[in-house]
Write a protein that binds this ligand. Structure first.
Ligand SMILES: Nc1nc2c(ncn2[C@@H]2O[C@H](COP(=O)(O)OP(=O)(O)OP(=O)(O)O)[C@@H](O)[C@H]2O)c(=O)[nH]1
Length: 187
């Protein structure tokens, strides 16, 4: 049979940026609340593969979350500069321990143009310099934009897994070759 793939996503963002709205929309299944921990999950078929997306929604990052996550979504509100500053800090924290973990940056509340405080260019520029994905969405308006964000991140996670696997393969070949040559030289 077909194996189901699990992807753990940490959804980070300051207060009031729209994390809860995002997760409630996306997930029909609430896994549980353990103290201040809430994990949700959703099963999707992406590129013909069944994927179980687990989402941990949080305002701050712990070591445990850093280890748990396969990918991160950093959400800010385009109406709140403080929330944009917050994801910058979180990005630095993430990069310190998980150098190459896939990250997607999301500017939410795109429908509130009259209250915009962070330009699209600023968000896009940050994402470009930090090698992250970038989207502006309105969680309140459309479910589709938010779904795209998650699917993009799942794609990045799967690419990075495939890369790690092939890197391990190459390391194995290098070990084998050097073992053979090493023996030859010793003979
Ligand atoms: N106009 C608009 N309002 C939004 C959008 N997303 C969320 N909101 C509203 O913003 C408020 C905060 O949304 P939440 O989803 O509770 O935010 P949160 O990030 O979970 O906040 P905390 O629980 O404090 O961490 C709510 O009143 C939402 O209805 C959006 O895209 N557009």
């Amino acid at each position: 049979g077909e194996q189901r793939v699990e992807v753990n996503i940490l959804l980070l963002g300051a207060r009031n940026v729209g994390k809860t709205l995002t997760v409630r929309f996306l997930t029909r299944r609430f896994i549980g609340e353990y103290g201040d921990i809430s994990i949700y999950s959703r099963v999707d078929r992406i590129d013909g593969q069944e994927i179980c997306i687990n989402i941990w929604d949080s305002q701050s990052i712990s070591d445990k979350q850093l280890q748990w996550a396969d990918g991160m979504i950093l959400v800010y509100s385009i109406c709140d500069r403080g929330s944009f500053a917050a994801i910058l800090q979180q990005l630095q924290l993430i990069r310190r321990s998980r150098k190459s973990v896939p990250v997607v940056i999301v500017g939410n509340k795109r429908d509130l143009q009259d209250h915009r405080r962070v330009s699209g260019e600023e968000g896009r520029f940050l994402a470009l310099t930090e090698r992250c994905g970038f989207f502006e969405v309105s969680a309140a308006e459309t479910y589709h934009g938010v779904l795209l964000v998650f699917h993009r991140l799942v794609g990045l996670v799967r690419e990075s897994r495939a890369l790690r696997k092939s890197a391990a393969g190459v390391r194995g070949i290098v070990r084998t070759v050097s073992a053979v040559f090493g023996r030859k030289q010793a003979e």
